[in-house]
Ligand binder design. Structure first.
Ligand code: SF4
Ligand code: SF4
Ligand code: SF4
Length: 244
């Protein structure tokens, strides 16, 4: 049966506590190598990871101008690249601003200014990683409380923008409906080029991904299951994932 989250931050917190308990009990060590292996979702326009780490001056300009509070700076717990910007799609995806202000603000070339508009963004690719937990597959209506996490996220910001209010307003309209959140909240100018709900042989429906997906991570953010059923693979293209 699908487990539906009410607050994924709590889930993450408790999962992390469990991991630390395991580490303490079993003598597990977080080696820098283990942390280095983490594949991060970078902001729009990010050049190749090695070059990105060399070019990024950790000024935080991209984060400052993001009207959705999508970008975070890596701290010590995130391994290498301390101070570099990344997007945790389980918390907040990128809402694909038309003029891509994060890229415009980047003074170092770490975010390539050739990325000029939403459709130029290529951060990764969405994948229905856990179809068994997708509530659309079992025709389970979206439960009350599915939007608690986004409300708490917004409440924690001290400069909520009108864009965030619009997203929240739209997101609040889905309670009790069949789940189409990943497809209906996809923020790109032509969402049908990226994702749509299709009938599944199980009798339910499921999201299908197309080559217009930019890997922004919003579908992962809004997916109401405890562990998102749909996830973004950073720096992977549609061709690499679906055509190879
Ligand atoms: S495109 Fe917009 S929402 Fe996405 S990271 Fe850049 S500023 Fe934030
Ligand atoms: S399907 Fe849409 S919301 Fe999901 S990663 Fe792709 S572009 Fe973003
Ligand atoms: S958001 Fe998409 S992947 Fe997640 S449960 Fe709903 S239909 Fe399934």
């Amino acid at each position: 049966m699908a487990t539906v989250k009410t607050d994924r931050r709590d889930f993450i917190k408790y999962s992390t506590m469990g991991l630390f308990a395991l580490a303490a009990g079993g003598g597990m060590v977080f080696s820098p190598y283990t942390l280095k292996a983490e594949n991060r979702l970078r902001p729009p326009g990010a050049v190749d990871e090695k070059e990105f780490l060399a070019l990024c001056i950790k000024c935080g300009q991209c984060l400052q101008v993001c009207p959705y509070h999508s970008i975070e700076l890596a701290d010590f717990g995130k391994g290498h690249g301390v101070g570099t910007p990344y997007i945790d799609a389980t918390i907040r995806g990128c809402y694909a601003c038309e003029a891509v202000p994060c890229v415009l603000a980047c003074p170092s070339g770490a975010l390539d200014h050739a990325c000029e508009k939403a459709t130029d963004i290529k951060m990764g690719i969405a994948v229905l990683e856990f179809p068994d937990t997708c509530i659309a597959m079992s025709n389970t209506p979206i439960p009350k409380g599915y939007n608690d996490k986004m409300h708490k996220f917004i409440a924690a910001q001290n400069n909520v923008t009108k864009y965030e209010k619009e997203v929240l307003e739209k997101f609040d309209e889905f309670e009790g409906k069949q789940c189409t959140l990943c497809a209906d909240m996809c923020p790109i100018p032509n969402p049908l080029s990226a994702i749509s709900m299709v009938r599944d042989k199980s009798g339910g429906s499921r999201p299908e991904i197309y080559d217009g997906c930019i890997g922004c991570g919003v579908c992962e953010e809004v997916c109401p299951t405890m562990k998102p059923s749909i996830v973004v693979k950073p720096r992977v293209s549609f061709e690499q994932y679906y055509k190879s």
